[in-house]
Design a protein around this ligand. Structure first.
Ligand code: SF4
Length: 250
């Protein structure tokens, strides 16, 4: 992964939830974390793979090849105020390629966003990606370092430190997103600790992402063990309880 080619496992067009306007989201393959609830387990391995049905996952693209695909949607970006969002996996794992892609998008005047776990080399991110980004969605999962190690495979320290540093350096919106995973992240202790952390940083709003159970079949198709199971979506009452932990009076 030297920046010449990037490994992509999905390209989704007409997305309306990954930033402003109508967007195309590019899912880069490979992630250094191993969250037990990962919604995109097919994006975790840093190499192409094949699922149990023989479906190939992961295609190498040059920046020019990917731009050819993405530019087909430029009229939609222009009329809707949309653009391109990099997701994953963890897009920063392919830093060189992602940087080259962002620069090509900005040369075309296209709005750029990223969804990240924040598990990256901060200096490289600041120099190679931040200058060509317009918007950052930053996941905050677990405050407790040991819990993060247990459920995501790495301590939360680097991700939280990077978030604080980014707030000081970024001149663009950095929007925290908290995945609500029943019994793991969606606990009173964790959500109150996240709320206090964001408050310390001067952040007044964040996005809560309610649990979606439709991912576990993907693990089975990849032949991977299911380490976490929670059947069903969160109820409106459960979601309301979680929101309450972010309200100072509760
Ligand atoms: S950071 Fe995201 S892509 Fe990586 S393992 Fe966790 S949920 Fe999956």
């Amino acid at each position: 992964m030297n920046g010449e080619k990037g490994l992509v496992f999905d390209i989704k067009r007409d997305c309306s939830e990954d930033g402003p306007g109508i967007r195309t989201t590019v899912f880069l393959k490979g992630c250094p974390l191993s969250c037990v609830w990962c919604q995109n387990p097919e994006g975790r391995a840093v190499k192409p793979e094949t699922d149990i049905h023989g479906t190939h996952i992961g295609t190498w693209y040059t920046v020019d090849e990917l731009m050819y695909r993405l530019l087909q949607d430029k009229p939609i970006f222009t009329t809707s105020g949309g653009g391109v969002t990099l997701s994953g996996g963890e897009a920063t794992l392919q830093m060189g390629f992602a940087s080259n892609l962002l620069q090509a998008l900005k040369r075309e005047g296209i709005h750029t966003a990223i969804e990240t776990s924040g598990f990256f080399d901060y200096g490289r991110f600041k120099n190679e990606m931040l200058p060509w980004l317009d918007l950052i969605y930053y996941d905050i999962k677990l405050m407790d370092e040991a819990a993060s190690q247990q459920y995501c495979g790495h301590s939360s320290k680097r991700m939280l430190d990077n978030f604080s540093r980014l707030l000081k350096d970024a001149r663009i919106p950095v929007i925290p997103r908290i995945p609500l995973i029943p019994g793991i992240t969606a606990t009173e202790d964790n959500l109150r600790a996240i709320a206090a952390f964001l408050d310390q940083q001067g952040i007044k709003s964040c996005a809560l992402m309610p649990y979606n159970p439709l991912w576990s079949d993907k693990l089975k198709q990849l032949g991977l063990p299911v380490l976490y199971e929670h059947k069903g979506f969160m109820t409106p009452a459960e979601q309301k309880t979680c929101i309450g932990y972010f309200t100072k009076s509760n």
